[in-house]
Design a protein around this ligand. Structure first.
Ligand SMILES: [Zn+2]
Length: 233
């Protein structure tokens, strides 16, 4: 597809100067970072430790992190970026590539990317992919890959059902609804691989957990997670 690189800041619409890309430097600095790169057993690790315990502990979760906050006050800039990138009158996949790149660079001193074999974007359902034209998680992976030189795998993890109409009231209900959303094709290819699952935002973690559960039967396959935003209040 044609990639249109915006000439004004996606957030405040001020004209970008030469060194700026996608967003202006003042909007970039207004993204409130989680500092997960600096924190052992950070909020994402605690979230997934709980989720994994709830499903019986068989998921081989290693480590995780999100770049910035996505909740209502602290997450305003990142939310605007992600929403405009995804749903704007002119969606920009480039936004996600650039943010993935910036985020990966800020995680360079953490051990999150150290022994990752594959970057795996959480797949969209084919219907949704056709409608939007791109998978934002895949573009985040492209940015991480540019920074960290890790290959991207979009072939093996597939979405077999959409969860657009899932119930939002009870966690358990949501979890049940997302349990069989994904499938791994040719799982033997991921034997002994350390996979980094990548999504745009982590909220309850149930979508990523649903992916992780599909990896559980693969011998020696371990999983870490990364997202641009963390919707945590
Ligand atoms: Zn701006």
């Amino acid at each position: 597809m044609d990639v249109l690189v915006p000439s004004v800041c996606v957030v405040c619409e001020r004209k970008l100067v030469q060194e700026e890309h996608v967003l202006c430097s003042s909007c970039l600095s207004s993204i409130v970072r989680t500092e997960h790169a600096l924190i052992q057993n950070n909020g994402i690790d605690m979230l997934f430790a709980d989720l994994v315990k709830n499903v019986g502990g068989s998921v081989r979760y290693q480590h995780g992190g999100a770049w910035g906050f996505y909740n209502s006050n602290r997450g305003q800039t990142l939310r605007t970026l992600i929403e405009k990138g995804k749903y704007g009158s002119r969606p920009f996949p480039e936004v996600f590539e650039h943010l993935g790149y910036l985020a990966a660079l800020e995680f360079v001193d953490s051990d999150l990317f150290d022994d990752i074999d594959l970057l795996v974007p959480v797949p969209l359902h084919p219907h949704r992919l056709r409608k939007r034209g791109f998978n934002q998680a895949e573009w985040i992976c492209r940015g991480i890959s540019r920074a960290m030189r890790i290959p991207i795998d979009t072939e093996h993890l597939v979405r077999v059902r959409d969860n657009a109409h899932q119930a939002r009231s009870q966690f358990d209900q949501r979890f049940e609804n997302t349990v069989r959303l994904f499938q791994v094709r040719y799982p033997e290819e991921w034997k002994n691989k350390h996979v980094l699952l990548v999504d745009d935002v982590i909220t309850s973690g149930s979508t990523l957990l649903s992916c992780m559960r599909q990896l559980t039967p693969i011998r020696g396959c371990t999983v870490s997670v990364f997202a641009l935003g963390w919707a945590h209040n």
